[in-house]
Design a protein around this ligand. Structure first.
Ligand code: CDP
Ligand code: CDP
Length: 228
């Protein structure tokens, strides 16, 4: 064994990406934000005024653009061809349409395959909805993060405020519930806790608490690798 793979799944705003980034930094391994890839595609679909429900048209967009996750000094950036869309993909219009795009089977097939390629021959921590169940079914460690809807809405509210993204708490809570429902009930690889995933309720945990808990779970693999 010369690599470690860590899958982090869970509903919206449970803290997946924040914690995954910390883990990647601590272990010196790659972080892959799979949600950002679905968001980037959604951004482009909206830019081109395509109906998110039209799978064929959405696939035409996906086939003609290059979505890249690029590590820069200030963190991970998301590029569509050479355009930096890191901020734009977090806006409410993209958030409102992303689940409609992520439900298409052709889209998922393409994304899952790209994500598996990114993880090939590397130590990775990857977060999303179907990482433990579909993308990395043999991951060494699978975590399913949850938190109450009201706590998640509060977290997203604070985050949006800091980023200058318009938001109100009630709307965010409804939006999170709606997206969780769409993601959990879609036919193709829905949001689901993999059978062998460890569930962590983060409602009353800090980011550092969650990071430490996951690193503790990873300890046997970390020791074998000698990376910490
Ligand atoms: O950060 P947040 O939890 O709001 O969402 P995200 O991780 O950026 O994911 C945005 C959307 O992409 C989700 O609501 C899903 O519809 C979709 N997604 C997915 O279907 N599968 C993944 N592995 C990751 C995201
Ligand atoms: O990736 P996901 O949508 O699951 O969540 P996130 O974007 O990592 O976290 C949403 C917000 O909650 C961020 O602003 C985090 O700083 C915050 N957070 C928190 O306050 N406490 C935690 N235990 C985890 C995340």
């Amino acid at each position: 064994m010369d690599s470690i793979s860590i899958a982090i799944d869970g509903p919206a705003a449970a803290g997946k990406s924040t914690v995954a980034k910390q883990i990647a930094k601590r272990l010196g391994i790659i972080y892959i934000d799979t949600g950002a890839m679905y968001r980037a595609l959604t951004f482009q679909v909206l830019q081109e005024d395509i109906d998110p429900e039209d799978e064929k048209a959405v696939m035409e967009i996906l086939n003609k653009i290059d979505i890249r996750l690029v590590q820069q000094e200030d963190g991970q950036h998301v590029l569509i061809d050479d355009r930096d869309v890191t901020e734009a993909i977090r806006y409410p219009d993209v958030t409102a349409s992303v689940s409609a795009i992520a439900k298409h089977s052709a889209v998922r097939k393409n994304m899952v395959s790209a994500q598996q390629d990114l993880a090939k021959d590397h130590s990775v921590v990857m977060d999303g909805r179907d990482i433990g169940s579909q993308v990395l079914p043999d991951a060494d460690v699978k975590i399913f993060l949850i938190a109450s809807v009201s706590e998640r809405a509060k977290r997203r509210f604070e985050e949006n405020k800091q980023k200058g993204i318009p938001a109100d708490l009630h709307t965010l809570e409804k939006e999170i519930e709606r997206r969780d429902d769409l993601d959990s009930t879609r036919e193709v690889s829905p949001l689901v806790k993999a059978e062998d995933a460890i569930e962590l309720d983060t409602t009353s945990l800090s980011i550092d608490d969650v990071t430490e808990k996951i690193l503790e779970i990873c300890q046997p693999f970390i020791k074998k690798l000698g990376i910490r």
